[in-house]
Write a protein that binds this ligand. Sequence first.
Ligand code: HEC
Ligand code: HEC
Length: 227
Amino acid sequence: MRQWLIGLCVLMGLGNVAQASDALQLGAETYHERCTICHGASGYGDGLLPMYMGNYPNTALVRARSATTIDEIRHVVEVGGSEGGSVHSPPWRDELSAEEIDAVTQLVALLRDDRDAAFALLDETRPPSVANPVEGRVLFKTYCARCHGEQGHGDGRMAKVYQDPPPFPLVYSVMPAAYLTNIISGGGGAVSRSEIMPAFSEQLTETQIQSVILHLYSMRHLRTRQY
Ligand code: HEC
Ligand code: HEC
């Protein structure tokens, strides 16, 4: 009987540990899905939104600012920053379940108590990268601008060399995603066009190609220059 009890306690103990890490796991997943865009992939405050917009409030989570205790953290997550008064810091109480709010609260607390453990957990649970236009812009500058021009007008420095056909002025492109994917990954030859347009499947991952395509779409709003 006594042994059985001890066995039960051990099992329950183990159960608790497993439960705690389940909650943290859910917290990390929730974080990746909902918080990264502002707070950054690891909570350093380097999310895309603050990087993109000037004058954004500091979003670093690795060090406590006003929300210090676990209850204060949960409160900010529920109602938003500055008592719901900050337009930059959304409330989550209507979008996340109580379990998710609790879990992501624990994750934020872990970021502050044991940063290495939190980083390891975030790394482990990070979903495969998704395409984003900011990365696309950087890639475009690196791989495409020399022919197509920084703004996509077809006037890169190598456009002097390649004139038959010239690099397409991408601001005027109307091609859909599937076509863009094919010509960028397989080169002009893959779509019966000039092989001067190189293939990038070796240099760029599929996600990076999708990022470049997002940037190509945003360039289509820049059809301002007269020819
Ligand atoms: C749209 C951007 C945005 C998103 C998305 C966002 N936050 Fe925030 N968060 C902020 C900003 C901005 C602040 C700082 C608020 C202020 O200074 O008024 C903040 C503050 C906080 C704070 C208080 C930090 C402190 O020490 O005072 C916590 C905790 C927090 N956020 C957690 C989260 C969690 C968890 C998520 C995801 C479920 C999340 N936030 C999603 C923008 C965001
Ligand atoms: C060495 C020069 C060169 C480089 C570098 C280059 N291109 Fe091109 N690209 C061309 C040329 C030339 C064409 C026109 C091919 C034709 O019309 O047959 C073209 C055509 C295209 C088209 C077709 C547009 C349309 O609507 O028909 C797209 C899209 C494109 N390039 C995207 C890119 C992207 C994205 C990169 C960088 C990842 C890139 N190109 C790098 C030369 C280049």
